[in-house]
Design a protein around this ligand. Structure first.
Ligand SMILES: NC(=O)c1ccc[n+]([C@@H]2O[C@H](COP(=O)([O-])OP(=O)(O)OC[C@H]3O[C@@H](n4cnc5c(N)ncnc54)[C@H](O)[C@@H]3O)[C@@H](O)[C@H]2O)c1
Length: 260
């Protein structure tokens, strides 16, 4: 266990998988882990974008592999683990950032939409944690970072998104449950709960209701949305020995939204 602060935040020699790593928060976290010295598997539905992120990470001087993975498919998640082990021999870090958002009133929501959001945002996180966790248990070492949301702690307004909020609350409790079960194996499981971040997910939702951004800013003590790069620090902190005694925690990074 290093004592020098620079070494505490180093991920030299570590191997990480980032789901949803092709864009948005996942892209920033993939780059952050690479900058800290980790070899990174960028796993996403969108292989072309994942390859661009992997190329960027390789330009930093660490190896990186892009994989096409649907986190809702158990078989594909299993292959992701196998291919990572084939290339790098181990998995030290898992970041689950793959997620989808949608606004829809509960009374109008088709069952398929409810199931789709829960499937990607909660079931997908479970499948990835389970498959990677099994490998981490063998080595008695690992750090898992699930990306939940402040929507798992408070209900956003004015948009209706009961399925999204429920999925993210589920990720928070899944994180705590796994932290409890896997502490004996020296596996830390934490979650980052972001507030409104300026990514494509939010941009696409705002297309229909551009006025919401101003309202959200008024509801946020910092008075602005988050820059996707602002998740790099929290991610490296939770991935690295700098957070060696931190498990089951919810790191809220929301510009203060949930204070009010
Ligand atoms: N942007 C925000 O304001 C915000 C706030 C809180 C939480 N989050 C969460 O952060 C995570 C990342 O969000 P983002 O804003 O970067 O979104 P984004 O849409 O920019 O990126 C999401 C990525 O996940 C991938 N993906 C979607 N479904 C997938 C699947 N089934 N299998 C594999 N990959 C899949 C997409 O291809 C995309 O590359 C999500 O879980 C989201 O819910 C985002």
């Amino acid at each position: 266990m290093p004592s020098n602060v620079k070494d505490l935040f180093s991920l030299q020699g570590e191997v990480a998988i980032v789901t949803g790593g092709a864009q948005g928060l996942g892209e920033q976290m993939s780059i952050a882990l690479g900058e800290a010295g980790a070899q990174v598997v960028v796993a996403d539905l969108n292989l072309e974008k994942a390859q661009k992120v992997a190329s960027h990470i390789q330009s930093l001087g660490v190896d990186s592999l892009a994989l096409c993975v649907d986190v809702t498919k158990k078989g594909e998640v299993g292959e992701m683990v196998e291919k990572t082990l084939e290339r790098f021999g181990k998995i030290d870090i898992l970041v689950t950032s793959a997620g989808v958002g949608q606004w829809m009133k509960a009374e109008e929501m088709p069952e398929e939409d409810w199931k789709k959001v829960l499937d990607v945002n909660l079931n997908g996180v479970f499948l990835c944690c389970q498959a990677v966790g099994r490998e981490m248990i063998k080595r008695k070492k690992g750090s898992i970072i699930n990306i939940s949301s402040m929507s798992g702690l408070v209900v956003n307004t004015p948009q209706a998104q009961s399925h999204y909020n429920s999925s993210k609350a589920g990720v928070i409790m899944l994180t705590k449950s796994l932290a409890s079960e896997w502490a004996p194996y020296n596996i830390r499981v934490n979650t980052i709960a972001p507030g409104y971040m300026e990514t494509q997910l939010v941009g696409d939702l705002l297309k229909e209701y551009p006025d919401y951004a101003d309202l959200w800013k008024k509801l946020t003590p910092f008075g602005r949305l988050g820059n996707p790069e602002e998740i790099k620090g929290p991610c490296v902190f939770l991935a690295s020995p700098a957070s060696s005694y931190v498990t089951g925690s919810v790191l809220v990074m929301d510009g203060g939204y949930t204070i009010w």
